[in-house]
Structures are given as C-alpha cells and as structure tokens.
Design a protein around this ligand. Structure first.
Ligand code: ZN
Ligand code: ZN
Length: 413
C-alpha cells in the first residue's frame, strides 16, 4: 500500500483541484471495491471540507464479469429507471461527481464483443440526459485513477502483484504532481500553461489543421466559432474544476462533415474491456469509410456501429509528445493516461462547450455548425515523435503548429 500521507494529499487534490468541492455540496463517487481504502480517505476528506453528503456507487470487476457471463442480453440491456433517476437526482441538486477508475483493461476479453456493445449502447441511451450535465459542465466532475492488481500487472508484467501496484502508485503520484510539495499550486501553474496554449489557438482560430506523420495524413476542418479548451473548466456559477487528472491536452471540435484522410493509431485503445491495437481509420467528408485493425477488429467494428455519430469525430486534442506521461515510457492501457501522452481524436459525441453558444443549442443547431452527436465518445491516440501539424488560416496560408511532435510556437512571446 502506498504512503498514507501521499494518499491523503491525492484525495485532497482530487477534491480541491479535481471537483472543487464546495461547502454543503453533495459528492457522488464512482469507485470499485478494490479501491475502498482510498475511497474512504476521499469520503472523510470530503466531509472535512464541508460536504453535506458523500454517496458512493460501488462497482466490482469480478461481479461485472459474472454478469456478462451469466445474465441474458435482455437483462444487460435493460437499465433500470431508478438507476438513472439516482444520477439525475444528484445532478439536479448540483452534486459534484468524482470517478475513481481502476478497471482491468482485459476484463471482458472473453465475452462476445457484440454483447458488450449492446450493453454499452443501452447504458449510453439511458444516461443521455445525465450526460448533458457533465458534457456541458453544468456540474463539476472529475476522473482520476488508482491502481488495481490486474491493471498494474498489465503495465508491469514482470512484477509481483504487490510490486506492480506499488510501482503504479509511484507513477500516478508523479504524473498528477502529488509528489510535489504543494500539488494544488503546482496544478494552478500547470493550468496556466494550458491556458496560454488555448488562448493562442483561440486567437488564431485556424480554419483547419493538417496532421502528417508515418501512417497519418489527414485534414481536420474546424467549425466557425470553435473554442479550444484545456485544463480547468467552469460550472455556470463560475467554480473552476478539472475534468481529468492528469490532463495535458488542449482540445476542440473538428467539423463532423469536413475531415478527410487517414489516421494510424499510435497506442492501443482499451474499449469496453477489450483491446484494439494496430488500427487505421480512413475518413471521407467526416465519416469513417474504411478501417483496419491488427487486434480487436470486431470490437472496433461494434464501436463504429453504435450509431451514425460513432463513425464521425467529436474531439481533436493536442498534446506534446514530450508530456510527462510519455516520458514515463509506459503504455497505461487506460485512456485517462494514454490520451494525455499523445495527440488524439475521439469518435462520437462532441462537447457542445467547444462551440461558441453551443451549450444553448439543440442537436439540430449543433449539427448545422458541424458539432457531432452520438451515444459514445471514445478517444484514441495518433500522436508521435514524428508528427507535424500545420494550421490553415482563413486567408489560405499555412503555418507550423507542431514539428516533430512538439509545439512549433512559443506561447510566452
Ligand atoms: Zn481528450
Ligand atoms: Zn475525449
């Protein structure tokens, strides 16, 4: 088990910088029972900080697996109303939501991918209304991770379970800056750096970005009025929170009908308890028209078949190849970490907050502006040390944005 002091610092960071918990606010935590010790530390800290209620939604990998093995498809796709109502109740009350993720990336590898896809789709449909709260920043929310045995041993296959967990804790503490003297102020500083990058890009308002690297040659047009975000987000009443810890990205919305070219993934993608690796996607007018995968072809196929929006893009994110996470040299098999080590794009729903006035638009208006809708949102990594990105300005000229995986721009000028 990790150092008690560091665990407490991590819990405090998640509550202060992550969800920015306010006095008399309710806190909902999604956690696995394997993470119960840490979750109790978070709950205690939350009450200390003035939470009026801490509610935990427990999950358990083994029970999830049993359900997929034994329960009928009817049961797996029938999401009870009370389960949805519980989430909506808390959201309407303005609760903060903290997700503590620690899932085994191979959990559902022996389950029929079609069954998993149907269950994911059903839960996506049932939670559509609730997702409006998080995807529009109406409530503060944050995702963090803690190690579990299976996940840690996937990253460190040569280590014993205990040693692997220990090593993963060390990595996580470093990556989320908990090993620093004052993590909260380290995060303020980090958020400031990301703010400079997004301010620059917002001022530039590029018409399109063109990505070129080995296996990738693609042009993403950006909708008029697109907004770059990154680092801290804000609730409608002005409370800053950090949706992802770690986070190293600035991101915006690519035009759902104006993406053309081919991308090659540079890291494996874990989706629905299955791994997709060595894959490419070809886009025409924003839509995936061809795809290949060395591993997990069926899972990728089911992901793309979720709905029409799953074949189009909802996010484009820039991360320098030299980010602290890629410097660790590890593949985490966990999107929260891997996406912050690499430029990435996401299939599926876009964040309406990435468009001027987008939060107040209905789906039809968002579609007109080129903002994608879907039941799913899945990031995958396309950054590398040889990635060049050019920005097309509205007058048709181009300028370097990334060279060899790093910013070609000095934000401090
Ligand atoms: Zn992202
Ligand atoms: Zn994303």
């Amino acid at each position: 088990m990790a150092d008690q002091k560091l665990l407490e610092k991590y819990a405090e960071l998640a509550l202060k910088t992550g969800v920015n918990l306010q006095k008399d606010q309710a806190l909902v935590i999604n956690s696995s029972i394997e993470g119960a010790d840490f979750t109790r530390i978070v709950a205690k800290k939350a009450y200390d900080l003035g939470a009026k209620n801490v509610h935990i939604n427990w999950t358990d990998d083994e029970l999830t697996l049993l359900k997929f093995q034994y329960a009928s498809e009817g049961v797996l796709t029938d999401i009870p109303e009370w389960q949805v109502a519980k989430h909506l109740d808390f959201a309407e009350d303005g609760a903060a939501l903290l997700a503590i993720r620690s899932t085994n990336p191979d959990l559902l590898k022996d389950i029929d991918p079609g069954k998993v896809a149907k269950a994911n789709k059903a839960s996506g449909e049932a939670m559509k209304e609730f997702r409006q709260y998080t995807m529009n920043d109406r409530i503060p929310w944050s995702i963090i991770s803690i190690p579990t045995g299976d996940w840690a041993q996937k990253i460190f296959p040569d280590k014993s379970k205990e040693d692997a967990i220990e090593s993963l804790w060390d990595q996580i503490f470093k990556i989320v800056r908990v090993d620093q003297e004052d993590p909260v102020s380290a995060w303020d500083q980090h958020n400031n750096t990301l703010k400079k990058a997004r301010n620059f890009l917002n001022k530039k308002s590029y018409k399109a970005l063109v990505f070129k690297s080995e296996g990738t040659d693609i042009r993403f047009e950006l909708p008029e009025g697109h907004i770059w975000k990154g680092g801290a987000a804000q609730t409608p009443n002005g409370n800053a929170f950090n949706p992802n810890m770690p986070t190293e990205e600035v991101f915006t919305v690519p035009h759902k009908y104006k993406v053309d070219g081919k991308v090659t993934a540079t890291k494996p993608l874990v989706y629905g308890g299955n791994m997709i690796d060595g894959f490419t996607l070809t886009f025409k007018e924003g839509k995936v028209v061809d795809f290949e995968a060395e591993q997990g072809y069926e899972t990728l196929k089911h992901l793309l078949e979720t709905d029409e929006g799953a074949t189009r893009l909802g996010e484009l994110a820039l991360v320098p190849h030299a980010s602290p996470i890629s410097q660790s040299g590890l593949i985490f098999y966990n999107t929260l970490f891997d996406e912050n080590a690499s430029c990435h794009i996401a299939l599926g729903k876009a964040y309406p907050t990435n468009l001027e006035g987008g939060s107040d638009m209905d789906e039809e208006a968002l579609d007109k502006h080129g903002v994608n809708d879907s039941l799913t949102h899945v990031d995958f990594m396309i950054g590398s040390a040889d990635l060049d990105i050019d920005g097309e300005t509205s007058d048709g000229s181009t300028e370097p944005v990334f060279r060899k995986g790093a910013w070609a721009i000095d934000f401090n000028e």
